[in-house]
Write a new protein. Sequence first.
Length: 229
Amino acid sequence: MADNLPTNIHELPELRNRTEVFHNRIHAGQVLADMLKPFNQKDGIVLGIPAGGVPVAAQIAKKLGLPFDVAVVNKITLPWNTEAGYGAVAFDGTHRLNEEMLPQLRLSQKEIQTGIEKTTAKVLQRVVSLRGEKPLPELSQKKTIVVDDGLASGFTMLVAVETLSKAGADHIIVAVPTGHSGTVKKIATKVKALYCPNIRGGWRFAVADAYKKWSDVKDEEVSEIMKKL
């Protein structure tokens, strides 16, 4: 259950443990933007995690009048299931593995290394295609709002937060439309504040269940969104 939340977690209690509460990612971003209204143009920057987090983040940046960019982080997926991950690679090339999960997966060192290398190549290619040669924005003394379309295991977001902290972000706020209560609490210990209107508990959790319309977001869509902001 999502009861007894730390004070730095902000939710919408009327959406707790409900499914299909957002029409799509755009609607979800608008809901989050309303929750984040206290932040104005002087307060910070919005960073979307591609690909699914970008449509959500774009709405927040647009409604709040904040600058927008991307923080490229990709999960390292299983050889037999590209939806499940056992680690993540960040935009600066560093990676982290989910050490708690690895013993259960029985992956060989070669399989793990191959996964890291493939994901690193994907991340670096994505950085170039979405950001070109632009340096990462100055993040110190600025509220950095990091956005994804949901938190399941939260490992990708965890790596994003750690990498942004290393890059100089000293006031990180996570904003996600939906998240598992346990994951939300875990991520909240790493950041100044966490905004999640739809917090759900239970053994089974899927980010997609919070949305009436759900589909993968292609990199071409991400590029088009970034051109408009």
